[in-house]
Design a protein around this ligand. Sequence first.
Ligand code: ADP
Ligand code: MN
Length: 181
Amino acid sequence: TPVTGEQRQQPNILITGTPGTGKTTLSELAALALSFNHVNVSELVKERELHDGYDAEFDTYILNDDKLCDELEESLGTVAGGNVVDFHSCELFPERWFDLVVVLRTDNTVLYDRLAERGYSQRKITENIECEIMQVVSEEAHDSYKPEVVVELQSDSVEQMEANTEQISAWVAQWHAKRSA
Ligand code: ADP
Ligand code: MN
């Protein structure tokens, strides 16, 4: 039977949010602070070719959910746990993989500047700004995971990024404290 949260030695954390909200930056910081493994799903999809080709119109890889989940099961399905997973979507993953789902939120104007700096096309910027305004990822997270698992964190400033790293570390400490109680 598949491993669930009760059996894990360390929790698995998903950091999700609209592109540009700071998932990779926060995931790296949190993984470093916790000595967890950072799994950058977008990079993994490219490296291991967990896709069915490239969609030029939408400037994105066509995700192969089955291939991706099979690959991730190797690390997320273990008793060891201790992964920080970084991806802009969250509904394709089995619920049992994650003990905490962090949804990063960013102010529209701040996000616009970050995406422009990244060299995104106007179309892609607009698409992502709309995604953030419509709270697409937030709704997806609340539809896919139990309310007590989902936490929304603001990610407009470096100060917030540092506070978010600390909050995640504190959450992990709490997770361990609850089990030994
Ligand atoms: P994502 O992985 O969600 O697409 P990144 O982590 O790559 O986002 O961050 C996008 C850009 O915004 C990077 O240049 C990063 O340094 C910056 N950034 C991320 N989070 C913050 C934050 N909380 N405050 C200020 N800048 C941030
Ligand atoms: Mn990223």
